[in-house]
Design a protein around this ligand. Structure first.
Ligand code: PLP
Ligand code: COI
Length: 339
């Protein structure tokens, strides 16, 4: 991978050498298998294809200046995959199996972990699917966990430059008592129509409101939302958003910086009062937002008047990335090494 333009990588699929797989059959998980095939062979009546028994995770491996490869809070992803599995009645991968598979997938594809300083990282995608056969609506008896990786750049092509997003009141991402708080494919299927429309209308993403009252901010496409007001970092509390590991970490970093953190309902009108707003997630890292347009009313909320990310978002972004890439100490013990 010499002379490869790592810093120009988009966020997307990239063929690597290996993926790892493990099957759940007869009530137990089997041995970890290494594969170099990009395809999987499943029964046409597998529950993942019909009844949405599918959950995934998203995490990254980062190469430090010292050449060592780091994972960021990977145990949180393992626990969230267990919650997702539980939420749609799938077999739960044990935490140590998940960890072993992640480490194996990264190690086997070491040459695809981008060099330090390029801004790129290795995206890790664990996928859990029901492979057992059912025609009635029932959970499968067999499952497959597959983990593949891909070197990636920023999720939004703007990178750390501010993006515009659109409030879509005519679509809900997830119901308050539904599956919004777990990482299952169905949530993303429901987001495709409004997000494709938003892109066609010139926006990077959609800002979803709560499905019940259509009053409070839920999340920003595939990322959590936050706003800065004075000395406060404010982020929505909702039963229909994904508990973001990045957001949880930024909340801690904000506290470390002496900010007050509020996790509560955030009414749309409060956008008027924020000095900075942004989206955060593994793929999005911190993406500053310059403009939010309410598609229904035409009302626009503007930020980053000088075209740049605000000072607090910038500070939090730099701090988070410095810990992830090993450029600064890791005071909370979030980083582990792939060795
Ligand atoms: N919200 C949604 C809907 C997501 O898909 C993601 C991505 O995983 C996030 C938030 C951010 O979560 P995390 O920071 O754990 O990647
Ligand atoms: C992530 O941030 O890791 C995501 O999963 C976002 C998206 C690609 C679904």
């Amino acid at each position: 991978m010499q002379n490869f333009e790592w810093s120009k990588l988009p966020f997307g699929y990239f063929k690597t050498d290996y993926n790892v797989r493990c099957f759940y059959r007869n009530g137990q998980w089997g041995e970890i298998e290494i594969s170099s095939s990009e395809t999987i062979n499943i029964h046409m009546a597998a529950t993942c294809l019909h009844y949405g028994q599918e959950a995934f995770e998203g995490m990254k491996a980062y190469r430090g200046k010292d050449g060592r490869v780091r994972l960021f809070r990977s145990e949180e992803n393992a626990k969230r995959m267990q919650k997702s599995a539980e939420g749609i009645m799938m077999a739960k991968p044990p935490l140590d199996l998940f960890h072993k598979m992640v480490v194996k997938a990264v190690k086997l594809n070491d040459k695809y972990v981008p060099p330090h300083g390029t801004g790129a990282s290795l995206y890790i995608r664990p996928l859990l699917i029901g492979t057992g056969v059912q025609v009635g609506v029932n959970p499968a008896k067999e499952y497959m966990l597959v983990i593949f990786v891909a070197p990636v750049g920023p999720y939004f092509k703007e990178g750390f430059n501010p993006v515009s997003i659109q409030i879509a009141r005519d679509y809900d991402r997830a119901a308050p008592q539904g599956t919004g708080s777990i990482k299952v494919g169905g949530n993303y299927a429901g987001s495709l129509q409004p997000s494709e429309r938003a892109k066609a209308e010139g926006f990077a993403s959609v800002l979803f409101l709560d499905a019940k009252e259509n009053k409070y901010i839920d999340e920003a496409g595939p990322a959590n939302f936050f706003g800065i007001k004075g000395n406060k970092y404010i982020t929505p509390e909702s039963t229909s958003i994904l508990p973001s590991i990045t957001n949880k970490s930024i909340m801690q970093l904000a506290k470390d910086e002496g900010l007050e953190v509020e996790q509560r309902k955030v009414p749309v009108e409060e956008l008027e009062e924020f000095e900075e707003v942004g989206a955060c997630g593994t793929a999005a890292i911190i993406t500053p937002i310059k403009k939010i347009v309410d598609r229904k009313t035409g009302k626009a909320y503007e930020f980053c008047k000088d075209g740049k990310a605000g000072p607090i978002s910038t500070k939090l972004y730099k701090k988070l990335q410095a810990i992830q890439f090993g450029d600064e100490p890791d005071p909370h013990g979030w980083v582990s090494f792939v060795e």
